[in-house]
Design a protein around this ligand. Structure first.
Ligand SMILES: *[C@@H]1O[C@H](CO)[C@@H](O)[C@H](O)[C@H]1NC(C)=O
Ligand SMILES: *[C@@H]1O[C@H](CO)[C@@H](O)[C@H](O)[C@H]1NC(C)=O
Ligand SMILES: *[C@@H]1O[C@H](CO)[C@@H](O)[C@H](O)[C@H]1NC(C)=O
Ligand SMILES: *[C@@H]1O[C@H](CO)[C@@H](O)[C@H](O)[C@H]1NC(C)=O
Length: 495
């Protein structure tokens, strides 16, 4: 039952010929749609893996690939990025870390140190979702990194609200097949999933910490969005389990934060349709039909009649909302033929065509050389075959909340993995409220709302869509700064 809807979303571009889903930032979602659709195919992704945190623990002493990283940090240092603006006051690095030497699988990273007092700032790992989308091209270049790409596709402008103002930020393209990350064994591109993504990311981190040994004992926070609602809790669980091994660098993991995160198939899908109705994008009749015929909680109770009816009403709901950007329901949509190549970007003006500019920029030969990347056709989302994915990461989130800081945040104008989905997911954890729902402030305005549960903090970011920092960079920086400092986002400035 849970699968039914999302493949309809996949069809959306065909219903609306002008729909810009693949041109801009919908790519993370295209891949998610494909994965969800695969659940009802004759060869669905395996979901039994990762069922419990304990499952990961039984091999925590098995050897992990590590090799000498001497001299590689200096080799990875970026001189300057083509088209970079003046006044850059922080160091940048990019390169590959081998995660499997035979026949050679390597993950690409981009690392920006903090512009202020980097030695005393934590390390933040950022992961985009998909599955199969680039944390560098989307996360760094369109959301929270220090630069964004101008509409000429050749020059960069500063993001004054970059997260490296408050942390040292590491962007990882994972798994192999995504962005510049590669494998010499092509079956790595067709047989990959949540499990290998977490394992490879862990091997990456261990070796990266050898390359940058000054970060070995630094506080680490893992953050991400969308399908990273899988990656982040899974990697965090894996690290904690591996930390129990006696033979390994202990990674100093302090917390995770996941934004507009795909956490649970059933809950996220129910949240999507409730959001469409409560945001005046769907009719009463459609919503009543969905509530009557769709059983989000159980596949077993569903008869064929109700499946058909549920399908019908969900399809109707997607048609009724019209040609809008579901990932930021009040935002403009990208019109490629209206791009003016000579206009300078400004981080405070949301650019629906940002993905187009990034794709041009990252495919320039001089840019790939400056990044120490292998010459390749770069794209935002890789065509990777996803063969394992549990339908929920709530079991891991529940366990993590007992030992590290867990924040779940949500841009409240995203209709694809909306705030309702996040709230239903948290509600199902049945955690007691410790700090009541309240507004938090950024630049003297309400930045969003926060509620503190036992072990989990939930915050909204007001007015932000799916890729939260590309819509509301200042607000999300205020929020993430609080997260890194272990306190709730600030209250009213006068109080
Ligand atoms: C533990 O580390 C040592 C030295 O690096 C290595 O020789 C040994 O194989 C490791 N043992 C395991 C179980 O990984
Ligand atoms: C490529 O990967 C597959 C699946 O893991 C494995 O069976 C095969 O041996 C690998 N090939 C090489 C050349 O390593
Ligand atoms: C649903 O349809 C399938 C195939 O169309 C059939 O095998 C199955 O028995 C039906 N189930 C019910 C409850 O009608
Ligand atoms: C896209 O931009 C072109 C050129 O400005 C314009 O003619 C066209 O109407 C626009 N299309 C949409 C759907 O806005």
């Amino acid at each position: 039952m849970r699968i039914i809807v999302i493949w309809l979303l996949l069809l959306l571009p065909y219903y609306f010929p002008g729909y810009p889903i693949s041109s801009c930032m919908g790519n993370q979602i295209d891949n998610l749609n494909r994965l969800i659709a695969a659940r009802r195919s004759s060869n669905p992704p395996r979901s039994e893996l990762w069922a419990r945190l304990d499952d990961l623990g039984n091999s925590h002493d098995s050897p992990v690939f590590e090799r000498s990283q001497k001299g590689l940090m200096q080799a990875d240092k970026i001189d300057t990025l083509p088209g970079q603006p003046g006044g850059v006051d922080f160091d940048q690095y990019a390169g590959y870390v081998t995660v499997d030497p035979v026949p050679d699988r390597a993950l690409f990273y981009y690392f920006v140190e903090s512009s202020v007092d980097s030695l005393n700032k934590p390390l933040v790992l950022w992961l985009n979702g998909g599955p199969g989308c680039s944390s560098f091209g989307i996360g760094a270049m369109q959301e929270l990194g220090p630069f964004r790409v101008n509409s000429d596709g050749k020059t960069l402008y500063r993001n004054e609200y970059a997260w490296n103002t408050v942390a040292n930020v590491l962007f990882l393209e994972s798994p192999a097949g995504v962005g510049f990350s590669y494998s010499k064994n092509s079956s790595d591109y067709t047989d990959v999933g949540d499990k290998r993504t977490a394992e490879d990311s862990y091997v990456f981190l261990l070796n990266w910490l050898e390359r940058f040994p000054q970060y070995k004992t630094r506080d680490l926070f893992i953050t991400g969005e969308s399908y990273a609602g899988h990656y982040v809790p899974q990697l965090a669980s894996y690290i904690l389990s591996r930390n129990k091994g006696t033979n390994q660098t202990v990674i100093n993991l302090k917390g995770i934060a996941i934004g507009n995160a795909w956490i649970d198939d059933d809950i996220c899908t129910k949240g999507l349709f409730d959001y469409l109705w409560t945001h005046a994008l769907n009719s009463d009749e459609t919503n009543e039909g969905i509530n009557k015929y769709c059983d989000f909680a159980s596949e077993n109770l569903v008869t064929n009649i109700t499946v058909e009816q549920c399908d019908k009403y969900q399809n109707q709901g997607l048609m009724e909302m019209g040609d809008i950007d579901l990932y930021g329901i009040y935002a403009p949509i990208c019109n490629r033929s209206a791009i003016k190549p000579d206009s300078n970007g400004n981080v405070l003006n949301f650019d629906p065509c940002a993905g187009v500019h990034v794709e041009s920029y990252l495919n320039l030969a001089e840019v790939q050389a400056a990044l120490h990347a292998k010459a390749t056709k770069w794209s935002g989302c890789g065509d990777v075959g996803w063969t394992d994915s549990p339908s929920s990461t709530l079991p891991q989130i529940r366990e993590l909340a007992k030992v590290i800081s867990v924040w779940i945040y949500s841009g409240d104008t995203d209709g694809r993995v909306p705030v309702t989905s996040s709230r239903y997911a948290i509600k199902s954890l049945q955690l007691p409220v410790e700090t009541a729902w309240q507004p938090w402030y950024s630049d003297s305005e309400v930045g969003g709302y926060v509620v503190g549960y036992k072990g989990v903090v939930f915050t909204t970011v007001r007015g932000a869509g799916h890729t939260v920092p590309s819509y509301k960079p200042a607000r999300v920086l205020t929020m993430i700064t609080s997260f890194l400092q272990g306190k709730l986002p600030p209250g009213h400035p006068s109080s």
